[in-house]
Ligand binder design. Structure first.
Ligand SMILES: [Zn+2]
Length: 131
């Protein structure tokens, strides 16, 4: 049974350790994931480059890749102010984006998810998926 482990660069010591922001590794155990990581990048993710910043990579465990990426794939709906037809003048943006002037956040449960394939395509420079 395969799980998904997410390695997030913690910028320990102030610098990024690989070219990626997020590294997803699908395998059975945390120990295997760390081995795969070391083989791919030649570095130990559990090093502390700086004692005050903490460990080089934070490791989170998820049931699968779908669950590991679900928050990143969420889009929230915003509506233009004064607009009487929100369905025609609203749009989906990333939750991390600043809501542009003239728009307001729709109701909380109005969320859309982009597909895993689309997520991979859009983030191909910032993420890597290993097995
Ligand atoms: Zn530090």
């Amino acid at each position: 049974m395969s799980k998904c482990f997410l390695f997030t660069d913690n910028f320990s010591g102030g610098n990024k350790k690989t070219q990626y922001d997020k590294i997803f590794i699908e395998t059975g155990t945390r120990e295997e994931a760390i081995e795969i990581f070391q083989e791919e990048f030649g570095i130990d993710p559990l090093l502390y480059s700086c004692s005050c910043c903490g460990v080089d990579f934070l490791i989170d465990e998820f049931l699968n890749l779908d669950e590991a990426t679900i928050n990143d794939r969420a889009k929230i709906f915003i509506i233009e102010r004064g607009c009487l037809k929100p369905e025609e003048h609203g749009k989906f943006i990333d939750p991390s984006e600043i809501i542009p002037q003239g728009y307001y956040l729709a109701w909380n449960d109005r969320t859309e998810y982009i597909s895993l394939e689309e997520y991979k395509k859009r983030n191909k420079d910032k993420t890597i998926f290993l097995k």
